[in-house]
Design a protein around this ligand. Structure first.
Ligand code: SDX
Length: 375
């Protein structure tokens, strides 16, 4: 008989992984042995993607080779563009992204392999996701796709695709750091969904499609959109405390706070708080930063809760000119590196993921013919 049910698999150790370590008590996040604070300070998203896929930091040659492989994969096949043109302009960006990845699998069957050879699919999706979400965003504005700018690195190219303009060095670095911070987070719901899919020996594109569908849920993705709604709901900084108190009085959750694993501040929130301030200062607009600091004070005082990655990310993206409903697709642009790293790890040491349920329904009932059934 199974042990006591752990609802939500809370604290259940489901598998071994070498990819990411989270110390919830100390508030540490470690990719392949490297603390996220070091990577945010010194690394780039391409270098971190290499680290997650191969388990070590690349040499200069290996990093240049990776960049050279990613660049041509940024472009989408015309057949995919034609298919996405037929989606309603009102399609949610996450629905469009999920559809595009699923469709791309049918157009590039060779890339949707399983096993170690699916690293090609990991590169393809990592390079293509920014193009998919930005072309969908341009399509709904009646704008044509932008030409690829091969001289721009991944973060700078992503910002250029999303906004139609090249970012400043500060803006490009801010997005690069945000992509590093969101690249992996151990067995979060969307990564677990990807591993469950891969554990059946389904292909990498199917695993990423599962992950995108899971990330769409508001308890996982999208909290940063709700944070920006809260900040915009008041006319001035002084009103923000009352707005938070009203939500708490209605027993509503304040988005951007709390975490299943972190019992102290999410280290990603610490780094994003600083970038929210730096971008705000550069733009001469510290409104979001000031209001967020007030929200933090109230929520910590009233609920003892700490910020998670979603509290400041929305203000960073807003200051970069990225619309709210692209925040979660941008999360996917980064997390696809972690999702695919976990899928590759699952293929390396495959074990069908199949937990059991504690049955609480009736048993040994006798079948009653329909004509004798009353209720
Ligand atoms: C991400 O798993 C990952 O790693 C995810 C992620 C990643 O990188 O992949 O880190 C990304 O998803 C970040 C989380 C973004 N979501 C939000 O900010 C939504 C708001 N947060 C909550 O829904 C909640 O904190 C969760 C979902 C994040 C965690 O929920 P848990 O661990 O299931 O905690 P819980 O629901 O059991 O809450 C414990 C208590 C409850 O109080 P009581 O009912 O026991 O009195 O804390 C309260 C909750 O009401 N609480 C909150 C709260 N979060 C928890 N109260 C107010 N506001 C909140 N945000």
């Amino acid at each position: 008989m199974p042990e006591e049910v752990q609802k939500g698999l809370e604290d259940v150790v489901a598998l071994s992984s070498r990819i990411t370590f989270i110390d919830g008590k100390e508030g540490r996040l470690v990719y392949e042995g490297y603390d996220i604070r070091e990577l945010a300070e010194h690394s780039t998203f391409e270098e971190v993607a290499y680290l997650l896929w191969y388990g070590r930091l690349p040499t200069t040659t290996q990093l240049e080779d990776l960049r050279g492989r990613l660049r041509p994969l940024r472009t989408l096949p015309e057949e995919l563009r034609a298919l996405l043109d037929r989606l309603p302009a009102t399609a949610s960006p996450m629905d469009a992204l999920r559809t595009a990845v699923s469709a791309l699998a049918t157009l590039e069957p060779g890339e949707t392999r399983t096993g170690a050879s699916s690293i090609g699919g990991a590169l393809r999706l990592t390079a293509a996701l920014p193009t998919i979400i930005s072309e969908q965003h341009r399509r709904r504005q009646g704008l044509a796709p932008l030409p690829v700018r091969p001289e721009l690195d991944h973060a700078a190219h992503t910002l250029y695709q999303l906004t139609g303009r090249e970012g400043t060095p500060l803006e490009n670095r801010a997005l690069d750091v945000a992509l590093i911070l969101h690249a992996d987070h151990e067995l979060n719901a969307s990564t677990f969904a990807a591993r469950v899919t891969a554990s059946t020996l389904s292909d990498l594109y199917s695993a990423v499609t599962s992950a995108i569908g899971t990330l769409k849920g508001p308890l996982h993705g999208g909290a940063n959109e709700r944070v920006m709604e809260l900040l915009r709901s008041v006319a001035n900084d002084e009103e923000i405390e009352a707005a938070v108190q009203q939500r708490l009085a209605r027993h509503e959750r304040i988005m951007g706070f709390g975490h299943r694993v972190y019992k102290v501040e999410d280290p990603r929130a610490t780094i994003l708080r600083d970038w929210s301030r730096r971008l705000g200062e550069a733009a001469g607009n510290l409104t979001w930063y000031r209001r967020l600091r007030r929200v933090e004070e109230v929520v910590h005082r009233e609920k003892g809760l700490y910020p998670n990655v979603d509290l400041y990310s929305g203000s960073v993206y807003t200051l970069l000119g990225i619309p709210d409903d692209l925040f979660t697709p941008l999360f996917a642009v980064s997390r696809v590196a972690g999702w695919t790293a976990h899928v590759l790890e699952e293929y390396e040491d495959l074990r069908l993921i199949r937990p059991v349920a504690q049955y609480i329904g009736p048993n040994h009932l006798t079948y009653v013919p329909i004509e004798q059934r009353t209720a």
